[in-house]
Design a protein around this ligand. Structure first.
Ligand code: NOJ
Ligand code: NOJ
Length: 475
């Protein structure tokens, strides 16, 4: 059959009609509208992955978080200390904001955590380093296969979550639950927070694997979350009269804090993820460290608005701009961000790595947080370190200048940082599944979902980013 030129034109226009019809609706939705719908989806998807009431976690212990419902290619049907703590941090924020019904689940998380701590595993036993074991079966049994262990960040993030929870319960008069289960003054301890704090305080000088479970060494992310855990832990210890422990945690926290400046590379102009590696050192884990090492309290250790963190944001984004084809495709709403430029983990095995929802959203979260911090501080000061970052929003920004709140320049820089942050949210929006599901990664070439499906931490990351976008920094 032959087409006339008119028929061909008709066919072409049919094709273009169906093409435009097949564009996912989310691309036509504003970022704000998507964030608002996705918030409900992310929260219910997160609950689905928590045992034993969650739809995908029926066989998991109460309070256990499955990393993903995926049981093969990859098998993420395990609980990771780090992922679980990130997820319960989100629920703790909901609890702080008045959702008291989450108290039961937070207590289940504490019970499950105590069980894992006491389960001997390849990293050791309760008092010999077993608390640094990164991953367990969903029923709490030890995973004995080969793995990058120990990982020292998980117990620290967990301690931060449970310490805040303990303080809230103490404020509410639930003293006996706290002193029997969460923090006792006994030594050796029988309580979950003190066990984590003792582990962190005694082991932080040891090498461990990074949050991506690949490199054994000293890591910015691990140190900064350990620092925060010990500062807050010392306050709780002192509050409960365990002042010897309080002093010890304070001393160790100060020693960790003193290590952080060694991650700054003045020659490279950014913070290194790990000391002495062959890698560039650019890593989204550093941005996660800034967020989780400071939180809503703000410890002023490399906060989001610090020149070093903003310089790192720029260098990380620059390293990924042309790395992934989806970033250079016409119409790309922003830059998709992966874990680190040298990554080869494709979500199942090793080939070529892809951008991650966690990292793309975390970049946005750091930017929203920085804008909020500048506003609270009432000024932005340009330094030689943050100058290149700030010139993206004000080309004449030069070291030594201060923009004060209320000035036109200050207002426009803050607005531009928030708009820029939204380009990362829009990138996550574009590659989220049309039903709102978030996997671990999305394809570097076509944006399709890759790696573990419904990754619980991806939802947690979306929720803290959405909160930061609304002006609330997560605890
Ligand atoms: C699984 C780990 O969880 C992931 O972080 C790592 O990149 C891959 N294994 C490849 O080593
Ligand atoms: C691999 C990631 O690299 C690691 O950070 C995470 O804990 C596990 N997957 C489980 O989600």
């Amino acid at each position: 059959m032959r087409f006339t030129i008119y028929q061909a034109i008709g066919l072409l226009s049919l094709v273009s009609v169906s093409l435009s019809r097949s564009l996912p609706e989310k691309r036509q939705t504003s970022v704000a509208a998507w964030v608002s719908t996705e918030q409900n989806i992310a929260l219910s998807s997160l609950f689905r992955n928590i045992g034993s009431s969650g739809e995908f976690a029926k066989s998991a212990d109460p309070g256990a978080v499955i990393a993903s419902p995926s049981t093969s290619s990859p098998d993420y049907y395990y609980q990771w200390t780090r992922d679980s703590a990130m997820v319960f941090k989100v629920l703790l924020n909901q609890y702080i904001n008045g959702n008291s019904s989450l108290e039961t689940m937070l207590k289940e998380y504490a019970t499950e955590s105590a069980k894992l701590q006491k389960t001997s595993n390849p990293s050791g036993s309760y008092t010999t380093g077993g608390i640094g074991e990164p991953k367990f079966y969903v029923n709490g049994a030890a995973f004995t296969g080969g793995w990058g262990r120990p990982q020292l960040d998980g117990p620290a993030i967990r301690a931060t979550v449970l310490t805040k929870f303990a303080n809230m319960l103490l404020d509410a008069g639930e003293t006996s639950y706290v002193t029997s289960t969460l923090y006792d003054s006994a030594f050796p301890t029988n309580s979950v927070i003190k066990a984590d704090l003792e582990y962190v305080a005694n082991y932080w000088t040891n090498s461990g694997f990074d949050l991506w479970e690949e490199v054994n060494g000293q890591h910015f992310f691990t140190y900064i979350v350990q620092y925060r855990a010990l500062v807050e832990g010392a306050e709780l210890a002192n509050r409960l009269g365990d002042t010897g422990a309080g002093t010890y945690y304070t001393t160790q926290a100060a020693a960790i804090k003193a290590k952080l400046p060694s991650f700054w590379s003045s020659s490279k102009g950014y913070l290194l993820a790990t000391l002495n590696t062959g890698r560039t050192g650019l890593d989204c884990g550093t941005l996660l460290g800034s967020l989780h090492g400071n939180g809503a309290r703000g410890f002023n250790v490399y906060p989001a608005s610090s020149p070093e963190v903003l310089a790192t944001v720029k260098a990380l984004v620059d390293s990924m701009k042309t790395l992934y084809a989806i970033n250079t495709a016409s119409g790309a709403p922003g830059v998709a961000i992966g874990r680190y430029p040298e990554d080869v983990y494709d979500g199942v095995g090793t080939s070529t790595a892809n951008p991650w929802f966690i990292c793309t959203l975390t970049t946005a979260e750091v930017l929203f947080t920085a804008a909020k911090e500048f506003t609270a501080a009432g000024s932005i000061t340009v330094t030689s370190v943050n100058q290149a970052f700030l010139q993206q929003f004000k080309s004449s920004a030069s070291s030594g200048t201060t923009y004060a709140a209320g000035s036109t320049d200050f207002t426009s820089i803050i607005a531009a940082i928030n708009t820029y942050a939204d380009t990362f949210v829009a990138t996550a929006q574009l590659h989220a599944a049309s039903n709102g599901s978030l996997s671990e990664q999305f394809s570097r070439t076509d944006g399709s979902q890759k790696g573990a499906r419904d990754l619980t931490w991806s939802y947690a990351s979306f929720l803290t980013t959405a909160a930061a976008r609304a002006g609330t920094i997560a605890f």
